[in-house]
Design a binder for this molecule. Structure first.
Ligand code: BJW
Length: 246
């Protein structure tokens, strides 16, 4: 891989780099993505389960889905794509990561400057009190799990039709406004508002890179399209970025 000169010219120790990731970064760790052929659980699509309406109608079904996913993620390990992004944080002091993933694998890989913009499935929230606690029980003893107060617990994640945490959103928008290089990895770029983030960064002059084996609605916008798996492309890209510092 050789990166274009206009990208190379932007790279120095101070370059403000933002990475946005989606489910594709964890695919090589064995975590199923949401859309495409891997996206089905039983006969349901994510859009039918990741909603407050689905939870209200059938909390047991929704929790069975999360329990299944927690089981897979508990056995999964960060892959070379996660590790390359963790190393980027060490190499570039002005690096930030915005992930749509709720699996926690970026933190396990070593990233600390992470905004988990759709939440984290190892955190549970009381539907009555709003209190949040960690829970790593796999499988869950009780489905659906309950708070000591008797109310249902729900995953501390953002479902369709729900607002994102305003503080996370504000921090993300501030990072996008100032970033010089935006790397978008493993997302189908259809779920809002994150799908709009690259457009905002581009408008402010960022250099956009996409890593995905498939084209997405973002592909026509980007300056550099790297077609391939994150676990293969990102370690190479990291070497190129480090090489540009010499
Ligand atoms: C690889 C790979 C490899 C494979 N290497 N790559 C404006 C217009 C229209 C609609 C809306 C709008 N604003 C809001 C909406 C409604 C809605 C929305 O966007 N709907 C669209 C589907 C149309 N958005 C919301 O409701 C959001 N809330 C909001 O905006 O509040 C204000 C508001 C509400 C209502 C109306 C208007 C305003 C909240 C969205 C929350 C999304 N939640 C989920 C579940 C989180 C919890 C959980 O995980 O259980 O988040 S849904 C699911 O999709 C999950 C993901 O984070 C998200 C994105 O998916 P992602 O990561 O892109 O995965 P995939 O599977 O789609 O793609 C994987 C990609 O990887 C593919 O491209 C592969 O090719 C690639 N790949 N292997 C690299 N090895």
């Amino acid at each position: 891989m050789e990166i274009p000169k206009d990208l190379r010219d932007r790279i120095n120790r101070e370059t403000r780099i933002v990475v946005i990731t989606g489910a594709g970064i964890s695919a090589e760790s064995g975590v199923p993505t949401f859309r495409g052929k891997d996206g089905l659980w039983r006969r349901f699509r994510a859009e039918e389960l990741a909603t407050p309406y689905a939870f209200k109608r059938d909390p047991k079904l929704v929790w069975e889905w999360y329990d299944w996913r927690r089981g897979i993620i508990a056995r999964a390990e960060p892959n070379p794509g996660h590790l390359a992004i963790a190393e980027m944080e060490m190499v570039f002091p002005n690096f930030h990561l915005i992930t749509q993933n709720v699996d926690g694998l970026h933190r396990r890989a070593g990233n600390q400057k992470v905004i988990e913009i759709h939440g984290n499935l190892w955190m549970l929230r009381c539907t009555r009190e709003g209190t949040v606690r960690e829970n790593y029980e796999v499988p869950l003893k009780e489905i659906p799990p309950r708070c000591q107060c008797g109310a249902l617990l729900r995953p501390h994640v953002v479902w369709f039709g729900e607002s994102l945490n305003p503080e996370d959103l504000k921090r993300s928008l501030a990072l996008l406004e100032r970033c010089e290089v935006l790397l978008v990895v493993g997302t189908s770029a259809v779920v809002q508002p994150v799908a709009s983030f690259p457009w905002m960064a581009k408008e402010k002059g960022a250099f956009l890179i996409e890593v995905n084996p498939e084209p997405t609605p973002l592909s026509p916008l980007v300056d550099l399209s790297l077609r391939g798996k994150a676990g293969e492309v990102l370690p190479e890209l990291l070497q190129e970025l480090k090489g540009a510092l010499d």
